[in-house]
Ligand binder design. Structure first.
Ligand code: TXA
Ligand code: MG
Length: 333
């Protein structure tokens, strides 16, 4: 990431254009440290509605409101528990989203009609500066068509939306984290982990001094409602996940049937496979950073199937495992 002081003249001009567009109720593609977002002024319901229309996203899915920092929490949320300030102090700006009770003025377009609002202060310097100058909040889901792989470069965003639909994408370079923010709900009796992501569960538990309940049902329930259980974060080429050697056997079978396949793995398999192989980083942070760009580039390479050997199921792989689980069209176990 560039430091704030190195934000270039070009970026300053695009920041001004971004501010003008956002204030006029238009959409702008923004970089964050996790993935690129499709942003609108969170205080203009008509602007937020454009996000849903542009993405093809069901209207009952809430969107995260991006803010400059914890000083803005009270504008969007009420009855804020101490844990919210504690977590914000430790992890903001950064890849952590807090679910809190909404202020009455926060529109249903943002909350999906729920009584809660998701808030996050992203760390990317360009977007942090944009938020400081904007003053308000930016509603932004990931900048991809609903169900598709999230974008981690400005070029990915441009490949999702034509310039007629999305006039400006702020180019902040490739995303450092590469998977979405961790979502923690602070509205119930106990803090709950709703989505694993850029901040590890252990780091949050260490700050809270308590265990986080892990609730993933909330998301799968939403996906079931829209009938897209199998196509979240998904490439268009069938993605088949599993362990070794099931992945190898499946790849060999398909090749014998005349299919073009590739194996995606973080293990150095050498010549063992005699099949095309894409080697992923063995480090979980680097794997996460590369994941979506890899799925996107292999998706363009005309394979009949992508066969992915699952990484370990240890805690540092939680976010990657979660995304692979949702991206897979078929699981070999
Ligand atoms: O890293 C990220 O979080 C990225 C960047 C752009 O900030 N954004 C992102 O947004 O991943 P999206 O819309 O693709 O996913 C947001 C998730 C959804 O699963 C949504 O259900 C959940 O956040 N969410 C937002 N507001 C919520 C709320 N009030 N209650 C429960 N879940 C909420
Ligand atoms: Mg998304």
């Amino acid at each position: 990431m560039n430091s704030t002081s190195s934000i270039s003249q070009l970026s300053t001009e695009s920041l001004d254009t971004a501010l003008t567009l956002l204030r006029a109720g238009q959409l702008v593609g923004i970089p964050t440290e996790t993935v690129y977002g499709l942003a609108a002024d969170a205080s203009q319901p008509a602007a937020v509605a454009k996000i849903f229309a542009t993405k093809g996203r069901p209207a009952d899915h809430p969107v995260i409101v991006h803010i400059a920092g914890a000083a803005q929490l009270e504008h969007w949320a009420q009855n804020i528990p101490d844990e919210a300030y504690l977590l914000a102090e430790h992890f903001w700006p950064g890849p952590l989203t807090l679910i809190l009770e909404r202020q009455p003025h926060v529109s249903d377009a943002v909350t999906g009609g729920q009584n809660t609002v998701g808030l996050r202060a992203p760390a990317h310097p360009l977007t942090h500066q944009l938020l400081q100058q904007f003053g308000g909040g930016l509603a932004a889901p990931s900048a991809n068509q609903f169900g598709h792989v999230s974008p981690t470069t400005a070029a990915h965003v441009r490949s999702e939306f034509s310039p007629e639909v999305l006039q400006l994408v702020l180019d902040g370079g490739p995303c450092e984290v590469g998977v979405e923010s961790t979502i923690v709900s602070l509205v119930g009796e106990k803090p709950k982990l709703l989505r694993p992501g850029g901040v590890s569960r252990e780091a949050i538990e260490a700050v809270l001094g308590d265990d986080l309940e892990h609730h993933t049902n909330q998301h799968s329930a939403k996906q079931r409602v829209s009938g897209l259980l199998d196509s979240h974060y998904a490439p268009r080429t069938p993605l088949i996940t599993g362990n070794w050697p099931a992945v190898l056997e499946q790849a060999q079978q398909r090749q014998a049937q005349g299919q073009r396949v590739i194996i995606i793995t973080a293990e150095a398999r050498g010549d063992e496979t005699k099949l095309p192989l894409h080697l992923m980083p063995a480090n979980s942070d680097k794997y996460a950073q590369a994941l979506y760009a890899t799925l996107r580039s292999l998706d363009l390479a005309d394979y009949d199937a992508l066969l992915l050997e699952l990484p370990p199921s240890t805690s540092e792989w939680l976010a990657v495992q979660d995304r692979l689980q949702r991206a897979a069209h078929h699981k070999l176990y």
